[in-house]
Write a protein that binds this ligand. Structure first.
Ligand SMILES: C[S@@+](CC[C@H](N)C(=O)[O-])C[C@H]1O[C@@H](n2cnc3c(N)ncnc32)[C@H](O)[C@@H]1O
Ligand SMILES: Nc1nc2[nH]cc(C(=O)O)c2c(=O)[nH]1
Ligand code: SF4
Ligand SMILES: [Mg+2]
Length: 242
């Protein structure tokens, strides 16, 4: 079988999943290169900005799985597909190959592009972008993503919140999908620069925003929401590859 090549920015781990539904779980990350969005506060510009295209390597599913197996010592675990927007890449064959070896797959996307192979994921995290990102949500596309995942994939929502307008947006998204769990995560207003592997982070500011978010959710009696930090930023700040 000849598979289409997947543009890979980095493969790293095992580390812990730092965000959302699978927080704390040992995970290997496969970060693909390229994104159809340009969020003002994106913390992963090295996988978005085409100036870093040289760092994106076309790989076969077999080569990617081999790297995952080396990192995990051949013991199956959760593999998180992120980016950039991993939905741009032909990931169906990698998912099938890995599942055949006992690996599980999660994917993070903004919900701008639906793929039929979403239904072969274990977990699909849809992270539509709030007003502070500068991006506009295509609600039809988001609905197509939920539809493509179908009943056998656990689909969840994860919204980054910086301010009141973002919070109102998160409430709107959650109301549109009452059947999906909704995770809220405070925005990191000092995201890393693409060219550095580490840079300083304003953890005090992030925690202050998180306390505000908890206060907001509880005052509104929005008890179906889950508020979580980016655990990896609490542990390692803006460090890349963790
Ligand atoms: C880097 S993105 C890659 C996957 C996909 N493009 C997306 O946005 O969902 C992974 C997650 O990080 C979140 N994220 C990006 N920049 C952030 C920041 N500055 N603060 C908090 N979360 C951020 C995104 O919203 C998304 O949920
Ligand atoms: N530990 C860890 N958890 C994460 N959750 C989502 C990440 C991402 O950049 O997509 C990420 C990441 O880069 N590292
Ligand atoms: S959609 Fe995700 S990867 Fe793309 S710019 Fe926004 S946060 Fe970054
Ligand atoms: Mg990240």
């Amino acid at each position: 079988m000849t598979s289409e090549l997947i543009r890979v920015n980095e493969i790293f781990g095992p580390t812990i999943q730092g965000e959302g539904a699978l927080i704390g779980q040992p995970t290997v990350f496969v970060r693909t290169g390229g994104c159809d969005y340009r969020c003002t506060w994106c913390d992963t510009l090295h996988a978005v900005d085409s100036a870093y295209r040289d760092e994106w390597c076309p790989m076969t599913p077999e080569a990617i799985l081999m790297q995952i197996e080396i990192l995990s010592g051949g013991r199956p675990l959760m593999v998180s597909l992120s980016g950039g927007n991993p939905a741009i890449q032909p990931l169906g064959d990698l998912i099938d190959l890995g599942r055949g070896e006992g690996y599980r797959f999660a994917l993070e996307t903004q919900g701008s592009l639906a793929k039929d192979w979403f239904s072969r994921l274990d977990v699909l995290t849809l992270s539509p972008k709030p007003p502070s990102s500068g991006m506009a949500t295509d609600w039809q596309k988001l609905a197509e993503c939920v539809e493509a995942a179908g009943p056998d994939t656990q689909t969840v929502l994860k919204v980054v919140v910086f301010d009141e307008a973002d919070y109102a947006y998160a409430r709107d998204v959650a109301e549109r999908y009452p059947g999906l769990s909704c995770y809220l995560q405070p925005g990191n207003h000092t995201p890393p620069q693409a060219e550095t592997s580490d840079s300083s982070i304003d953890m005090t500011g992030i925690l202050e925003r998180m306390r505000w978010l908890v206060d907001r959710v509880t005052k509104d009696q929005w008890y179906a929401a889950t508020v979580l930090p980016q655990l990896h930023t609490m542990l390692w700040g803006n460090l890349r590859g963790v």
